[in-house]
Design a protein around this ligand. Structure first.
Ligand SMILES: C[S@@+](CC[C@H](N)C(=O)[O-])C[C@H]1O[C@@H](n2cnc3c(N)ncnc32)[C@H](O)[C@@H]1O
Length: 260
């Protein structure tokens, strides 16, 4: 039932759980582009660029199922039911998600629903914002002699998730802007010094990306004073000090587009 992604066009009755990348359409994978060009139906999240959606054929149904923040469980269930219904109707279905579908993307829940329903699926990894936004800000998540480990953590704790922060040299916090005060307390509680460097990267890889840097103790002030809004992520650790030297993205960058 579960088939490996070996290339080729999308097939009727299949669902493709596809990562759209973090924003810059140039970071879309070749496999994702190939599947979008032959899709009948695309269920899309709100963090996907218009340039990426422009790859879909004119007759494709593009359904916006984007959730701002965390919608109620019923919304997720509706998405899963829709995927199954569309596939059973013999359509080529792409479920397009921002970044990577399995990094805080609920892709695993959708894959499980498809498996339970007997619908064949393929998972197409995408470039996660967790990796791309820091790279576009000139912040390496690992650097020899500075950071040898990375943890990706959520700032939005669902029921039952541990609040503890793992011991890693660099911590990337996703979905953490609304709860920045609690995120700071969790990090301080995990023995991070208030003077630990932090960067907040808003709309990473989009043409209007912004990066602000400060210290962990002043995280909420940094966010408030600069009017930072989601989508944004927080990078915590000594690697942030490299931003000043390695920042490379021009303030105004033309939006790249993929070739058809
Ligand atoms: C529900 S998670 C989805 C993550 C996605 N699956 C990925 O791999 O990038 C949404 C969070 O990802 C982060 N995020 C997504 N796109 C971003 C971007 N372009 N710049 C900065 N953070 C981003 C933000 O922390 C946002 O709250």
């Amino acid at each position: 039932m579960h088939e490996r992604g070996v290339g080729g066009q999308s097939r009727p009755g299949h669902v493709y759980l596809v990562g759209a990348g973090p924003g810059d359409p140039g970071l879309l994978t070749l496999r994702a582009a190939e599947l979008l060009r032959t899709a009948d139906v695309v269920l899309v999240d709100h963090l996907v660029s218009a340039e990426v959606l422009a790859l879909c054929p004119p007759g494709a149904a593009i359904i916006d199922v984007g959730k701002q923040g965390h919608g109620p469980h019923a919304c997720q269930r509706e998405i899963e039911d829709r995927l199954v219904t569309e596939a059973r109707a013999g359509r080529r279905v792409v479920r397009l998600k921002g970044g990577d579908p399995l990094i805080f993307g609920r892709g695993s829940e959708e894959a499980l629903a498809l498996r339970r329903a007997g619908v064949p699926y393929e998972i197409v990894p995408g470039v996660s914002s967790a990796l791309a936004a820091p790279a576009y800000a000139g912040i390496p998540l690992t650097a020899r002699g500075i950071a040898g480990s990375v943890a990706l953590v959520t700032g939005h704790l669902a029921c039952g998730e541990p609040a503890s922060i793992p011991a890693a040299d660099t911590v990337v916090v996703m979905m953490g802007i609304a709860n920045a005060g609690a995120v700071r307390e969790r990090l301080l509680g995990a023995s991070r010094s208030p003077s630990t460097p932090v960067a907040v990267i808003e709309r990473g890889t989009w043409c209007d990306q912004r990066t602000v840097v400060g210290e962990l103790g002043g995280l909420t002030d940094l966010i408030d004073a600069n009017g930072i809004r989601a989508p944004a992520l927080i990078v915590v650790g000594e690697v942030v000090r490299l931003h000043r030297e390695l920042d490379w993205v021009p303030t105004v960058r033309p939006i790249s587009s993929t070739k058809q």
